[in-house]
Design a protein around this ligand. Sequence first.
Ligand code: ATR
Length: 284
Amino acid sequence: MSELTLSGRSRIAGVMGWPVAHSRSPRLHGYWLRTHGIDGAYIPLPVRPEQFAIALRALPMLGFAGVNVTVPHKEAALAAVNRSDAAARRIGAVNTIVIMPDGTLDGRNSDGFGFEENLRAAIPSWSPTTGPAVILGAGGAARAIAVSLLEGGAPEIRLVNRTIERAERLSREIGGPFRIYSWSARTSALADAALLVNTTTLGMSGQPALELPLDRLPTTAVVNDIVYSPLETALLATAKGRGNATVDGLGMLLHQARPGFAAWFGVEPTVTPELRRFVLEAPG
Ligand code: ATR
């Protein structure tokens, strides 16, 4: 990778979050900037929730090309942008903002795109139309994944969440062939499923284990954990052991970053094994 010094013409983007220190996005975009020899920078922007709207409004005045938005600002970003794409509106959140030449803010959501591209990259024959999908969790990631699956033609989405009201709200707001399962009924959701996705924090380093016997899951089902620390979660190890195809969560993070990078820096970046290694080497 070549060293590059910024010039007066550098394109600048970044990630707004609170906290933001744990974000791997600066490392990810920094890798692409260097490998493509682009005169640009992607910086962490720690922004408090109460100052988010004003910080966002300042970006066009500071000459930014755009930003990613992460926890806890994604919903506020949807309300703050001048226009948003259909995916962002249906998900109810924005994760990518492009600053237009006239200084207006264009809000997009690439989380569902990242999810789908990651599955397709890992299993080229995968299709959401194959059969019922089970989503564990009902937070922001679950919303983006549900929208992606529905738009891809999934026949049924089984939502399993500890707080059942949250799953009901997701189903009501997004609309579609949802079936809701309580956390205690989670194993019954696995019967005849074609896809199982964990979007909860269970199984993440430092969090409680995900306790989910897979006996009722067909061995033809694809199992995806969006947790990527550790990269091979207990869920993925168990699934692999019984013959299910498995997909880890790092790729969703890497693929969701592609549209923003292309819009801000004018180059379509690719997700490579070297990029995966480089991003994984980061502490935290
Ligand atoms: P994100 O927006 O990143 O998807 P989130 O909103 O923090 O994340 O959601 C985390 C998910 O993990 C939620 O579905 C949460 O369940 P609740 O909606 O009931 O809070 C789930 N989760 C976290 N800890 C859990 C636990 N101990 N048992 C079951 N589910 C848990």
